[in-house]
Design a binder for this molecule. Structure first.
Ligand code: NI
Length: 253
C-alpha cells in the first residue's frame, strides 16, 4: 500500500475524469493521499474531495503565489475549515523566489502567519520552497514550531541535515526519478527512513518513465521504486515505511 502525501486532485486538469483517476490510483494500491490546498478556493475544493473519497485527506492553506491576495479574514476562514475532520495539515505554504508571483515581503509575512496558525491549531504544515532556501530556513527557525514537511525537496544535503535536527520530514516527488535529478538523489540518500515521505505533486512533476504526461497519484510507486534503489531496500519495504511515516506525520489512524 502506498501513500501519496501531496497531490492537487482539485486541479482543473482532473475536472473531467476525477472519479477515474481515483479508481486508477486505487488499482495501483495507492490507498492514501492528502489533497493540498494552494489558495482559498482550492482549500475549499480540497475539503470537498476529502469528503467524497475514502482514503483522501485535505490540507488547507495559501501558496506563496497567492500571498498577495491573502487577508486576516482568510486566516480566520482557514481556522474554521480546519475543524473539518479530514483536514490534517496547513499547506501548502512557503516562499517561491523563482516565479515571484507575489512580493517577497508578503510571501514572508503570510508564511510566518500560517506557521503560527498551524501551531495554534496543533496541526502539521507543508512547506513549498523554491529558490528561497535561506529565508525559508530563517522563518522556520524563528517560528519555534517544527512539525513540518519540506515538500518536493530541492535543497542541499546540509540544509536537509538542519531540517532533520529540527524534527522536519523531507518529501520527494518526480524530480528524484529524473536523470538530471542528482541533487535530489543525493539528498534522499542521507534522509533516515523514518523521516522520508513520497508524493506526486500531481498534476505537476510527472516521474519517469511517464515524464511529459499528466501526473496523477497512481504514479507514486515510481517514486518509491527510485527511493528503494537509492536506499538498497525493496519497493515493498519502502512503500510500507513511507506509508507509516505519512500516517504518523499527518496523524492518520
Ligand atoms: Ni504542490
Amino acid at each position: 500500500m502506498y501513500f501519496d502525501t501531496h497531490t492537487h486532485l482539485d486541479d482543473e486538469r482532473f475536472q473531467e475524469d476525477r472519479d477515474t483517476v481515483v479508481q486508477k490510483m486505487r488499482d495501483a494500491r495507492v490507498s492514501l493521499a492528502v489533497n493540498i490546498g494552494a489558495d482559498m478556493e482550492s482549500s475549499r475544493k480540497s475539503i470537498e474531495i476529502a469528503k467524497t473519497y475514502d482514503g483522501i485527506y485535505a490540507a488547507v492553506g495559501v501558496h506563496p503565489h497567492a500571498a498577495e491576495e491573502m487577508s486576516d479574514e482568510d486566516i480566520a476562514t482557514l481556522a474554521q475549515m480546519s475543524k473539518e475532520p479530514k483536514v490534517v495539515a496547513i499547506g501548502e505554504i512557503g516562499l517561491d523566489y523563482y516565479y515571484d508571483n507575489s512580493p517577497r515581503e508578503l510571501q514572508k509575512q503570510w508564511f510566518r502567519r500560517q506557521i503560527e496558525l498551524a501551531k495554534e491549531l496543533d496541526l502539521p504544515y507543508v512547506v513549498h520552497d523554491r529558490d528561497a532556501h535561506a529565508d525559508c530556513m530563517q522563518i522556520i527557525k524563528d517560528s519555534g514550531y517544527f512539525r513540518g514537511v519540506m515538500h518536493c525537496y530541492s535543497g542541499s544535503p546540509e540544509m536537509a541535515q538542519e531540517l532533520l535536527k529540527l524534527g522536519f520530514y523531507i518529501s520527494f516527488a518526480g524530480p528524484v526519478t529524473f536523470k538530471n535529478g542528482k541533487k535530489a538523489k543525493e539528498a534522499a540518500n542521507m534522509i533516515p527512513m523514518d523521516r522520508l515521505l513520497i508524493e506526486t505533486d500531481s498534476p505537476y512533476l510527472t516521474p519517469e518513465p511517464h515524464r511529459g504526461k499528466r501526473n496523477d497519484s497512481s504514479y507514486v510507486p515510481f517514486i518509491a521504486k527510485e527511493i528503494a534503489a537509492i536506499k538498497g531496500l525493496t519497493v515493498e519495504e519502502t512503500a510500507r515505511l513511507t506509508c507509516e511515516n505519512g500516517k504518523r506525520f499527518f496523524g492518520i489512524k
